[in-house]
Ligand binder design. Structure first.
Ligand code: NAD
Length: 420
C-alpha cells in the first residue's frame, strides 16, 4: 500500500482540477496504489525572490517558481509563464499536464513549468530583461540541457528566452543553446503550437466530413498560440470570425482581417485599438455560433455556467486546462461537441521544442519544411493512438489521451524501481 503525506503547498482550483483528472484516469486504467501517488505529485519545486532595479532607481522584488513534476522519462520540459495571477498551484498543475503531454506524444522528457507573478504591461523592456535574466540566474543550479529545459508560455516570448539562454551561457562560459527552447533556435518553433492546433483541427474536420472551407473559427486569446492557429486555419480556407485578447473581443461575421490584427498587436497595441469588427466581451466570444472554438488564453474559462451555451462543433483546446471538469462532464453529456483535449491539441509546441533541443545539441540545422513535416507526422501518430484508445475502452477523448500519457510515466517509474 502507498500512503501519501502532502501539504497544502499546491492548493488551488487548477491543481485540484489536474489531480481529479489524474484520479479519474488512474481509476480507468486500474493504476496500482503503489505507483499512483508518486506518479501524481510533483517531484520537486523551487520558489525564488527576484529583486529588480527599476528604471527610476527603486527596487521591486518579484516571486517566481519552477515545478519539476516528473524526471523519470527524461529531463523535465515546460514553459515559463509571466502573469499577475501565477500561483505555485497553477504552475504545479501545468507541470503535471506537461508530463502527460510529453509522454502521450512520445517525447523523451518529463514535465515541468515555471512562473513569475508579474504584470508585464507595467514593466519597461529593460526591466523585463532584468527580470528574465534574474529568474534564469536563480534557476541555474536546478536546470540544464539534461536536467530541465524551459520554453516560452503566456507572457514570455522568443526574445526573453534569448536573454535567458545568454544568462545561462555567460555563467557556464560557453554557448549552451540547448538549455532553453523557443528562443529562435529552430525554424518553425514560433508558429509550431498554433500550426499544430490548426493541423489537428483540419484532421478532425476531415473525420467529421466538414469541409474546412465552410468552417467558421472563434479564437479566445490572440497571442502567440491563438494568432498562429488563426493564421494557419485561415490558410487552410476557414473563416476566422472572432478573436480576443485580455482587453476585448472583436467579432466580424464576414471574417477578421488577420494581417491587420497582427499588425496592430505587433506595433505594441491591443485589440481595443483594432477597428476590424464589433466589440464583444471575452465571455460572449466563447458562446458565439461557430464550427471551431479555440480557447487559447487561460485555463478554466469553459465552466458550468457557459458549457451548455457553447455553439461550436469542435472545441480545440489550444490553452492548457481551458475546460473545468464539471464543464467537461456537461459537454460529454451533450454529445454534440468534439473536444480535442489540450495535451494533444497544443502538443505541437513541445514537439518542435524537442526538435530545437536536438538541433542545438548537435549544431546541425533543419529546414522549416522538415520541422513542420516531422511535427505533423508525430501529431498524426498521437491522434491515431488517442482514437484507438478511445474506441478500445469507450473512453472520452480526454480520458483516452490522459490514460495513455499517465500509463507511460507510471510504467517508467515502475521499471526504474524505487530508490533507496
Ligand atoms: P501569449 O502571452 O502569447 O498570449 C496569451 C493571449 O491571451 C494574449 O492575447 C492575451 O492578451 C490573452 N489573455 C490573457 N489574459 C486573458 C484573459 N483574462 N481573457 C482573455 N484573454 C486573455 O501566450 P501563449 O504562449 O499564446 O499561451 C496561450 C495558452 O497556450 C496558454 O494556456 C499556454 O499555457 C498555452 N500553450 C502555449 C504554448 C507555447 O508554445 N507558447 C504551448 C502549449 C500551450
Amino acid at each position: 500500500m502507498s500512503k501519501v503525506i502532502v501539504s497544502s503547498l499546491y492548493d488551488s482550483d487548477v491543481f485540484k482540477m489536474a489531480c481529479r483528472q489524474f484520479d479519474k484516469a488512474a481509476d480507468a486504467i486500474s493504476l496500482p496504489e503503489t505507483i499512483r501517488d508518486r506518479t501524481k505529485y510533483p517531484r520537486r519545486c523551487f520558489a525564488v525572490t527576484l529583486p529588480i532595479r527599476r528604471d527610476d532607481g527603486s527596487v521591486t522584488v518579484f516571486e517566481g517558481y519552477r515545478v519539476q513534476h516528473n524526471l523519470s522519462t527524461g529531463p523535465a520540459k515546460g514553459g515559463i509563464r509571466f502573469a499577475p495571477h501565477v500561483t505555485i498551484g497553477e504552475v504545479a498543475a501545468l507541470a503535471m499536464w506537461m508530463s502527460w503531454k510529453c509522454s502521450l506524444v512520445g517525447l523523451p522528457y518529463g514535465g515541468a513549468k515555471g512562473g513569475v507573478i508579474v504584470d508585464t504591461n507595467k514593466l519597461s523592456q529593460v526591466e523585463l530583461e532584468r527580470l528574465a535574466r534574474r529568474y534564469m540566474q536563480e534557476m541555474i543550479p536546478f536546470i540544464g540541457p539534461h536536467v530541465d529545459i524551459p520554453a516560452p508560455d503566456m507572457g514570455t516570448n522568443e526574445k526573453m528566452m534569448g536573454w535567458m539562454m545568454d544568462t545561462y551561457s555567460s555563467h557556464m562560459g560557453h554557448v549552451e543553446g540547448a538549455v532553453i527552447t523557443g528562443k529562435g533556435g529552430s525554424q518553425g518553433r514560433r508558429e509550431a503550437t498554433g500550426a499544430g492546433v490548426a493541423y489537428l483541427v483540419k484532421r478532425y474536420l476531415e473525420d467529421l466530413k466538414i469541409p474546412i472551407k465552410k468552417a467558421t473559427v472563434v479564437v479566445q486569446g490572440f497571442g502567440n498560440v491563438g494568432s498562429e492557429a488563426a493564421l494557419a486555419l485561415d490558410n487552410y480556407g476557414a473563416k476566422v470570425i472572432a478573436i480576443s485578447d485580455y482587453t476585448t473581443g472583436i467579432y466580424n461575421p464576414k471574417g477578421i482581417n488577420l494581417a491587420k490584427a497582427m499588425a496592430c498587436i505587433r506595433s505594441g497595441h491591443t485589440l481595443r485599438d483594432f477597428d476590424g469588427g464589433e466589440e464583444i466581451t471575452n465571455d460572449e466570444i466563447l458562446t458565439l455560433k461557430c464550427t471551431v472554438l479555440v480557447p487559447a488564453a487561460l485555463e478554466r474559462v469553459i465552466t458550468p455556467s457557459n458549457a451548455a451555451k457553447l455553439q461550436c462543433r469542435v472545441l480545440a483546446e489550444a490553452a492548457n486546462g481551458p475546460t473545468t471538469n464539471q464543464a467537461d462532464k456537461i459537454i460529454d453529456e451533450r454529445g454534440d461537441i468534439e473536444i480535442i483535449p489540450d495535451v494533444l491539441c497544443n502538443s505541437g509546441g513541445v514537439i518542435v521544442s524537442y526538435f530545437e533541443w536536438l538541433q542545438n545539441l548537435q549544431n546541425y540545422y533543419w529546414s522549416r519544411e522538415e520541422v513542420l513535416t516531422k511535427m505533423f507526422a508525430i501529431l498524426d501518430k498521437a491522434k491515431e493512438s488517442v482514437e484507438a484508445q478511445k474506441k478500445k475502452f469507450a473512453f472520452s477523448r480526454r480520458l483516452a489521451a490522459l490514460t495513455l500519457g499517465i500509463q507511460r510515466v507510471a510504467d517508467a517509474k515502475q521499471s526504474r524501481g524505487l530508490f533507496p
